[in-house]
Each structure stands twice: as C-alpha cells, then as structure tokens.
Design a protein around this ligand. Sequence first.
Ligand code: GDP
Ligand code: MN
Length: 379
Amino acid sequence: MDLFEYQGKELFARWAIPIPEGKLATTPDEAASAATTLGGKVVVKAQVQVGGRGKAGGIKLADGSDETRQAAESILGMDIKGHIVERVLIEKASDIEDEYYASILLDRAAKKYLLMVSSKGGMDIEEVAANEPDALAKIHIDPLLGLQSFQVNQLVFGSGIDAKARSGAAEIIRRMFALFIEADATLVEINPMILTGQGEVLALDSKVSLDDSALFRHPDFEELREVVATDPQERMAKERDLNFIKLDGDIGIIGNGAGLVMATLDVVDQAGGRAANFLDVGGGAGADDLSNALEVVLSDTKLGSVLVNIFGGITRCDLVAEGIVDAVGRLDVRVPIVVRLDGTNAEEGRRILSVASHPQIVPAETMSEAAGKAVEVKV
Ligand code: GDP
Ligand code: MN
C-alpha cells in the first residue's frame, strides 16, 4: 500500500522524524485558513501518488492567506499524470540550504534491507547512481543484526553531506529504520531531506509503502487504507476483486497471471506504447471477470486503446471471449480493443469474437503483434 505524502509524514511525526509544520486542506478556504494558522510563507503541495509534482505545477510557494487560496484553487482538481488532485498539504515554507536523499527498502534479491543516503537530493536517485556514484552511500543491513551505529556513520560520511547536517541526518536514519521495521514498511524514502539555514535537518517529502500482508498487525493503519483506496478506478477494481494498478500511459492492459501482464507491459513498451494500467484477472478467470475487467479499464477517460492478452491454461479462452462480447455489448466502447487469445479453447474464443464482429474488436495472433496493433490503432 503506497501512502500519500501527508500520510507518510503522519508516520514520520509518530516516529519523531522532523518535518515542517503543516495542515491538510481539501478546499481553497481550508488552505487559506491553514496559511493563517501557520503564519508566514507556506508551500502548497498537491497530494498525488506520482513523482515530479514540482515540475508539473503541483507545488507552489505562497505568502499569506490570499496567495495560498489562489495557489490551492489552481492546484486542486489539477490532473497530474492522470491523477486528479483532491487534497493539498499546506506547509510552513522551509529555508533550504542543501538537499539530500535518504531511503530504506527491501532488497529481495539480497535478502537484506538496503539503506541509501546521497548528498544530491531533490533529483532522481537512479540518475545520481549513474552519474555521480561518489555522492551515494549504500549499505545492506542484515535483518537479524539490525542497524548498527558504525553503519549510520558510514552512510553519513560516505555520502558526503555537509558536516553541519551529519548528526541530524544520523538521527533521521535511525528513526527511519525504526519506522521501517515497526510499521512493516517496504519502502521509506525522503527526497529531499534538507538542511535549513538554521542548521536543522528535516524531511521535506515522504514516500512510504507498507506491506499489505502485514496490515493485519496494524489495525491503527485502517484509516490510511481508506484514504488510499479512494481513486475511483482503483476502488472499482477492488470491489470487483481484480488486481489493478493505475499507470500513466494510454493503453489499457488486461491479462491473466501477474507474470504475463508484466511481460505484456514490457512488450507494449518495446512497441513504443505506454501502459495505462496493470490488470491481472487471475487464473481461471471466467466471462464475468473479463467483463468486469474491461469495465474498469474502459472507465479511464484518457485511454487510446486496450490490449487483452490471455494465455489459457485453467482459464478458457471461449469464456474470455464471451466476457469480452458481453462487455462491449453493455458498455460504451470508444476505443479499439486488441485481443490476443492463445491456449485452452483459443480457436473457439476467436470464433466467438469473429461472430460478434464488433467494430472495436481487433484480433491479433501473437503477443508482439498485439502490442504493435494496440499502439497503431490508438485513437
Ligand atoms: P516532488 O517533486 O513530487 O518529489 O516534490 P517534493 O516535495 O520533493 O518537492 C520538490 C521540490 O520543491 C523540492 O526539492 C524543493 O526544491 C521544492 N520545495 C518543496 N518545499 C519547499 C519549501 O518549503 N521551500 C522551498 N524553498 N522549496 C521547497
Ligand atoms: Mn520529492
């Protein structure tokens, strides 16, 4: 479960990680009164689960309640890479002297935790790793031994952050690690972690993912979950028991089995397309599952085409075809649906689709042909 910035910061506050003082607002009026309460200059920050909000116009500095109201008016309702802004975080503006990066994640391949600290904050960490490896300190932590003091020192000194920031950063790293373990997180990232003109070290942004499988251990996180599930399309998918993840492209993807869907995303990418979502109907999917899946995917208004990629094992392609025919019969289908069926009862499935002869259904033989067509027929 991925949290919004303000939710991650709620956890930061509980684990005593210093953050700027702030308030959440859902209307321009609430934003204006938050600015009055906070006093002085503030930043208005769009709460969407996508990076690069600043560049997209989703972060604005404001001075006083009028400017804050105006900034909130322009940001609320904004579409940032397919995510509509429903909330803004109003925070006391920070006097930034330097920006750093700190993160903890689960490195499944190494079977360890991976901690990273960099003196180059506010930018893509992959870029730092590629271009300025000396500015990035990485350490693996054995889960049985936990984080040791010497490792914190290695991170702080190895990353080359300013001497003035070392003790504050070290404290934040220890608390991040405690949060990561105690909250059953899979990712805790602070980008940027800043040094202020007053010599304080703060978390200016937050990115936290919690392990869904461990949520039962945290009944107090229920509230976080309710908010996270408010994206209308994701809620729709959840109600229909479908594994759905929204992405920012325009080709809707439906497949059976997580591995096949992942491979489909790759093939679409190779064909020059961008996936609008990940949707796995699961093994043994029937007509209803397919029909529901199409309903969820087609509800995205920015769609150019849909690619249905089914490899029938337990799943029967004839039932899949029936589900598709049912969906196109009851839904308003404005975009082409490329369908590739292979495996169990594939021929019967293709026959059902060709009998239905719906103008928006485009058959494809292979996965790569299907991906190429999905890009080609986009409206
Ligand atoms: P992201 O672009 O979505 O990751 O959003 P961030 O919260 O990381 O903010 C992006 C950038 O906005 C930061 O790296 C800062 O440079 C700038 N920024 C955010 N908050 C403040 C603030 O309080 N004061 C100033 N001066 N800049 C800020
Ligand atoms: Mn950031």
